[in-house]
Design a protein around this ligand. Structure first.
Ligand SMILES: Nc1ncnc2c1ncn2[C@@H]1O[C@H](COP(=O)(O)OP(=O)(O)OP(=O)(O)O)[C@@H](O)[C@H]1O
Ligand SMILES: [Mg+2]
Length: 252
């Protein structure tokens, strides 16, 4: 059984069909690229999968359960996490607190033990703190733990968003242009880390990325959309030579 399946999913805004006939199946542990020109509907697809938008047609199944109509927080609880094209962090909190908040669904102490600061609270706090530092370590950001999120350079804010997403212990991770604003060196490192995360956290990743060469380097499979429709699916090699894809990217 596929981890995520969509059947004929679509959404219209007013008269505009932003996404239509969107059919995909993502298997466990796959790293799949979602590409397409500006305004093709990539972010809208993430919004549909995560419950930010409700599809006007079609069905979405995650781990065999239908998730249409569920709220974003419920979907996170089921094991789907994402990052945003426009970074969303608690800018006035520290880096580590941003991650600790995301761990919340894992916490086992009661509200009362938190208020009274009972031992259960401190034990959990320590566990969460250690896990947060481990996640930061993936991106070599341990030394940034106590900085305010807003004081991080852009590239590190994006990495912090990935840490926050990972803290929710997802089975499926959706990354919306995680390398935007990074220089080529940072971008290469990030792509390596994304590969590492996929291998070591046993999760499935759907990655939106503008740089074709980059996605082709790390994804085993690509889905290409243009004007809200899938125009091609296949291996990087197949996509590279697909006439419709070339036309979408270069114009006719
Ligand atoms: N809430 C909304 N209301 C109206 N139109 C919307 C809404 N969200 C997205 N759209 C439209 O849907 C289309 C797809 O937008 P989307 O942001 O998904 O594209 P994208 O592929 O992510 O583009 P980019 O590469 O620039 O990030 C665009 O025409 C956009 O204007
Ligand atoms: Mg987008």
């Amino acid at each position: 059984m596929a981890l995520l399946t969509t059947e004929n999913v679509g959404i219209a805004f007013g008269g505009l069909q932003a996404v239509g006939h969107f059919d995909i199946a993502l298997e466990e542990n796959e790293l799949v690229g979602l590409i397409g020109p500006n305004g093709a509907g990539k972010t809208t697809i993430f919004n549909l999968l995560t419950g930010v938008y409700q599809p006007t047609e079609g069905q979405i199944y995650f781990q065999g359960k239908k998730i249409n109509g569920k709220k974003p927080a419920e979907i996170v609880g089921l094991g789907m996490a994402r990052t945003f094209q426009n970074i969303r962090l608690f800018k006035n909190l520290t880096v580590i607190d941003n991650i600790k908040i995301a761990f919340q669904k894992e916490l086992k102490y009661s509200a009362l033990s938190a208020i009274l600061r009972l031992p259960a609270y401190w034990q959990q706090e320590k566990v969460v703190e250690d896990k947060a530092i481990d996640l930061l370590g993936l991106f070599h950001m341990e030394e940034d733990a106590h900085k305010l999120a807003k004081n991080l350079p852009y590239g590190k804010q994006r990495k912090l968003e990935i840490c926050r997403a990972l803290a929710t212990n997802p089975k499926l991770l959706l990354l919306d242009e995680p390398a935007a604003g990074m220089n080529p060196q940072e971008t290469r490192e990030l792509m390596e880390t994304i590969g590492f995360v996929r291998d070591n956290f046993h999760l499935t990743i759907l990655l939106i990325e503008h740089d074709m060469n980059l996605v082709m380097g790390i994804c085993e499979r690509l889905i290409v959309i243009d004007y809200g429709m899938i125009i091609a699916k296949g291996t990087p090699e197949e996509i590279k030579n697909n006439k419709q894809v070339i036309k979408a990217y270069l114009g006719s």
